[in-house]
Design a binder for this molecule. Structure first.
Ligand SMILES: Cc1cc2nc3c(=O)[nH]c(=O)nc-3n(C[C@H](O)[C@H](O)[C@H](O)COP(=O)(O)OP(=O)(O)OC[C@H]3O[C@@H](n4cnc5c(N)ncnc54)[C@H](O)[C@@H]3O)c2cc1C
Length: 502
């Protein structure tokens, strides 16, 4: 490590962290000297250095991963399923995500009073559009399944829209479904920011896990002085009066609680600074799939597809109980080892062999997602698990309605053997968290019900900043990756203005 003291330590070089570290380095200066900033960006997972060329990939990354190899707990946190790698979960998100819809901005403002309006986010949206190459896929990339979905939805009176995608020079190999990484770097991700971080001297410290943020207690408040970390057997300490935590919706509250910042109830005598909202107000949309089987192949063999179309069956005017139904999985490639064990496969013999010839392009379905309503909340515990999750009972009714819509759609598309995956009520009731989670260290104007203010500063600990999925007050209809990247692009502007300007 080149130096032990920094102007800023960013913990977690993931979706939000990579954006923040690079842009703060590029646009900020030391406020006392006007000199370029010394920033350390720490990441628990690996960093494969090299020139990023979308469609070709970084040679070292191409050697280290395959499209399918998500690496188990080498590149993934076993407790949460989120990515542990420079670029974070943006490198394996399912490549379907939307800029916040109008109702999402309103939900954030109504929930905790943040001034995160559509107008204030204009520059951030423009930045992420460019950096993630967010655009509508051309119709020529649609598969047969997508076209059947579109026609069936129109016949049922809906107006489907094209899903956006964030890819560059994509060859449509199809192996970019959730949980997979693109070894050719075609998938839009926060890796696009890493060359900026390198150019502006950010020290990316990989394979290094921060154990604690060092907080000095001063009366009821705290002050940040640095972090402790371990890398393999080695442990150490880095000093800074500003620490920006970007570890994601589960691990950010976990790290803060390990550092003594949280609720008295959970931390007992380990408590340094109290804020019961650390880990609280966790919320997420819920996603279910309704499957079906096609007599005919739905896409060209060996060719992947994009995320198809989506439409809304609207709930309340504030966005609660919105159902989004999408063809994101309608003609995705199904991997042979999964097809062979699926409910559609004959168990053995000639029938099984015949089935395997074409089944990978015939197993289909649609996804339905429901926005998280006001009354669904849980708590992230110090180990990153979610407890006490309560789901609004009306979610079940809406999902039942959604299931009926999906079944009708699939029937109109000509699919057979439609499967819903079991009792939806039971699945909603036992839900414990998912990929589009938010709110566990939420931003708000009132310290009584939030952790950071709308400018991403802790209400209680001087020098502590937080920005990732955990600060977004409520999950919306727009999934997670693009909203989180957009909030990060909004946050760096505020952080530079408030902390790193002469
Ligand atoms: C399998 C999967 C599929 C998904 N698919 C979609 C999708 O299709 N569309 C969509 O919109 N969203 C999707 N999401 C959600 C979306 O990808 C995430 O919500 C988003 O990327 C999270 O961003 P973040 O910055 O909050 O956290 P992350 O991107 O996870 O970044 C956190 C980083 O911090 C690092 N870190 C954590 N703790 C420490 C520590 N103590 N020390 C050092 N480093 C640490 C982690 O290793 C990680 O790199 C998916 C998520 C998953 C898990």
């Amino acid at each position: 490590m080149q130096q032990q003291s920094y102007d800023l330590i960013v913990v977690g070089t993931g979706t939000a962290g990579a954006i923040l570290a690079s842009r703060i380095a590029e646009n900020g200066v030391n406020p006392r000297t006007g000199e370029p900033l010394k920033i350390a960006s720490i990441e628990a997972g690996p960093y494969w250095k090299g020139e990023r060329r979308p469609g070709y990939g970084i040679p070292l990354r191409r050697r280290m991963i395959t499209n399918l190899d998500f690496g188990g707990d080498r590149y993934q946190w076993p407790t949460t399923g989120y990515a542990k790698i420079v670029g974070g979960s943006s490198v394996h998100f399912g490549n379907a995500s939307y800029f916040p819809f109008d109702t999402d901005y309103l939900r954030w403002q109504n929930e905790t009073g943040v001034d995160w309006t559509k107008d204030n986010f204009k520059e951030a949206v423009a930045e992420i559009t460019q950096m993630y190459n967010y655009h509508q896929a051309p119709d020529s990339t649609l598969g047969e399944g997508n076209r059947l979905f579109r026609n069936a939805a129109r016949q049922m009176g809906y107006a489907p829209s094209r899903s956006p995608m964030t890819r560059t020079n994509c060859i449509y190999c199809g192996y970019c479904s959730p949980g997979h990484m693109c070894k050719y770097d075609s998938k839009g991700s926060s890796l696009a920011y890493i060359p900026i971080a390198e150019r502006y001297g950010v020290e990316i410290i990989a394979n290094t896990e921060v154990e604690r943020v060092l907080i000095e207690k001063r009366g009821d408040r705290g002050t940040v002085t640095g972090v402790t970390y371990h890398r393999g057997d080695q442990t150490g300490e880095l000093r800074s009066s500003k620490v920006l935590v970007c570890c994601g919706v589960f691990l950010t509250p976990g790290l803060l609680m390990r550092s003594g910042y949280g609720s008295k109830e959970l931390l007992g005598d380990k408590l340094l600074v109290e804020n019961p909202n650390v880990g609280n107000h966790y919320n997420a949309d819920q996603v279910f799939r309704v499957g079906g089987f096609s007599d005919e192949p739905l896409l060209e063999a060996g060719r992947g597809t994009n995320s198809g179309d989506y439409f809304f069956d609207y709930g309340d005017p504030d966005g609660d109980f919105n159902l989004m139904i999408t063809s994101a999985v309608t003609n995705g490639i199904v991997f042979p080892q999964l097809a062979a064990l699926s409910e559609y496969a004959p168990e053995f013999g000639r029938g099984h062999k015949e089935f395997m010839r074409t089944s990978c392009t015939r197993m289909s379905g649609v996804m339905m997602l429901q926005t998280c309503p006001k009354n669904s909340r849980g708590r992230v515990r110090p180990d990153g698990s979610v407890s006490d999750y309560t789901s609004d009972p009306r979610m079940i009714q809406r999902f039942q309605e959604g299931e009926a819509i999906c079944i009708k759609l699939l029937e109109r598309m000509g699919l057979k053997r439609i499967t819903t995956g079991g009792d939806i009520g039971e699945r909603v009731r036992t839900f414990r968290g998912a990929g589009h989670s938010m709110g566990s260290c939420r931003a708000g104007v009132d310290p009584k019900d939030s952790v950071v203010n709308p400018r991403f500063e802790s209400h209680d600990v001087d020098g502590l900043l937080v920005c990732d999925g955990s600060v977004i007050p409520r999950s919306g209809s727009s999934w997670a990756c693009i909203p989180i990247a957009t909030v990060a692009a909004f946050a760096w502007r505020r952080i530079v203005q408030d902390h790193f300007t002469v």
